[in-house]
Design a protein around this ligand. Structure first.
Ligand SMILES: Nc1nc2c(ncn2[C@@H]2O[C@H](COP(=O)(O)OP(=O)(O)OP(=O)(O)O)[C@@H](O)[C@H]2O)c(=O)[nH]1
Ligand SMILES: [Mg+2]
Length: 468
């Protein structure tokens, strides 16, 4: 998605978008979120983090559509305004744009307004300006001056409201002030709490202001929408895969009670579930382009590839609103011994013999191992109901977080705590169908083409993506 240093002819063809604004308002954050990449630039809660103009390219199907330019924050707008006014008085015949050109061309490296000159220079070279606003701040004189200077560039400006969560009143005030500048096409785009809808509206606003780029922007909107749906679908499918993987997993154990052997089996089962969950976590982060490094940076409660709150930790059931009495104190328990299941019926060894006698070859082929094992006095141990429930709820919660996490987010991702996610309505039926098909544990053509499996997967995916 990101291409650096394109050649000049390419740059001239593409739409050039410059991100401007006061320092520390979230300009670099906006670009990261638009790129869905945490790799771009440096974000810090300090003024003057970005020191140079930096560029990224956004493409649709490998066709570059637009360049985004990050700029240093405007710091001293009063001095800048005074300087430009002075130039205007001195060169009365120059147009407002020519004044800005003259200013940006003549600033020396050691000039205190050098940062500002970089911004103005890039604004003059671009087709449209995104002016990022930290709505928590009142509409101070310095912001009014910045807007006066930037409008002098003659370029269309889209004011982008950042830090909007919980600041409705301040947002309304900002809107009011901007109407004075005839700026009505504003946009709310929280770079931390991402919604695809906001991204789409940003491009749609550009379409209105830049008609000649309408078709290419539409191409980009369509491409990004398709991509976003695919990402969400891949995430949900990955979780459905985890549920199938764990629900179908089983360890065989001797029917005779043997405490040491039982606890070993339980350990193996626990380890299997833990590993399966870690694997899914990694895949989900990768699907949404949050890498292991970001896990560290963003302090997701995952350490060395492990969830910090173990799936079997005491209290986890409660955290997910699963009240299962004493089991809640123990943690997501354990494995449960299951008898051989044929068509939803639980059979003991004796009836298994009957089943062999009465069943056709196809039944034997499907449940042969279990039948033989049962006859030999073996039982199966598989992950219990509550473990599967926690797995599902925790991953659903994580998916929701990732879907709404802007790539600028720096806060701790609280996936250890419960959300208000619910289990699918026919959860028990789904799990029981999975358990009866141990062959579905791993992906295979036979499994993936099986209509019953497809139905289960579709139900799980539908529920995972449903945010009601
Ligand atoms: N809560 C919240 N924090 C944000 C948001 N956008 C940016 N931040 C934080 O604001 C700080 C500044 O973000 P940057 O993206 O570095 O801002 P900038 O405008 O590029 O800053 P300079 O390059 O210094 O001009 C960082 O600590 C970000 O994490 C937002 O929408 N919500
Ligand atoms: Mg920056």
């Amino acid at each position: 998605m990101m291409v650096k240093n394109p050649n000049r002819s390419d740059t001239q063809l593409l739409l050039n978008i410059v991100v401007v604004g006061h320092t520390n308002t979230g300009k670099t954050s906006l670009i990261r979120t638009m790129l869905r990449s945490t790799e771009f630039g440096v974000i810090e809660d300090a003024a003057g983090t970005t020191r140079h103009v930096e560029q990224a390219t956004i493409s649709a199907n490998n066709e570059p559509i637009l360049h985004l330019y990050d700029t240093p924050g405007l710091e001293d707008s009063r001095a800048l305004f005074a300087h430009i006014k002075k130039l205007q008085i001195k060169s009365k015949l120059l147009s407002p744009i020519q004044i800005l050109e003259q200013f940006s061309a003549n600033v020396s490296v050691s000039d205190p307004l050098e940062q500002e000159a970089k911004v103005i220079r890039q604004a003059l070279r671009s087709d449209i300006l995104l002016y990022i606003i930290d709505v928590r701040e009142p509409f101070l004189e310095k912001y009014r001056l910045e807007l006066e200077i930037l409008t002098q560039s003659g370029k269309p400006i889209i004011p982008v409201f950042n830090f909007i969560a919980g600041h409705d009143r301040e947002l309304a005030k900002w809107r009011e002030h901007l109407t004075v500048f005839h700026m009505h096409a504003t946009l709310e785009f929280d770079t931390v709490a991402f919604t695809f809808d906001a991204e789409k509206r940003l491009y749609q606003k550009m379409q209105v202001l830049l008609e000649s780029h309408n078709d290419r922007l539409q191409k980009l909107i369509d491409y990004r929408a398709k991509l976003w749906n695919q990402l969400c679908l891949s995430g949900a499918k990955r979780i459905a895969e985890l549920i199938a993987n764990v629900a179908c997993y089983r360890e065989s154990k001797a029917i005779k009670n043997n405490l040491i052997a039982d606890s070993l089996i339980e350990d193996r089962l626990h380890n299997f579930v833990r590993k399966a969950e870690q694997h899914c976590l990694h895949d989900l982060l990768a699907i949404f382009n949050f890498s292991d490094k970001d896990v560290e940076i963003q302090r997701i409660p995952v350490c060395n590839g492990q969830w910090q709150l173990d799936i079997f930790a005491p209290g986890i059931l409660k955290a997910y609103g699963l009240d299962v009495g004493s089991a809640a104190a123990k943690g997501a328990a354990a494995g449960v011994g299951i008898d051989l299941m044929v068509g939803g019926m639980s059979l003991g060894a004796a009836s298994a013999l009957g089943a062999i006698a009465g069943a056709g070859w196809s039944t034997f082929k499907r449940y042969g191992d279990e039948i033989k094992a049962t006859v030999k006095g073996t039982q199966w141990q598989c992950a219990d109901e509550t473990t599967l429930q926690v797995l599902y709820l925790r991953q659903k919660h994580l998916l929701k977080k990732l879907v709404h996490r802007g790539h600028a987010a720096q806060d701790k991702l609280q996936v250890g705590k419960a959300g208000d996610e619910k289990l699918p309505k026919d959860w028990n039926k789904l799990i029981s169908s999975l358990r009866q098909n141990p062959g579905w544990q791993e992906p295979s053509a036979a499994r993936n083409n099986n209509p019953q499996y497809q139905q289960i997967e579709a139900t799980l995916v539908g529920e995972l993506l449903n945010e009601e």
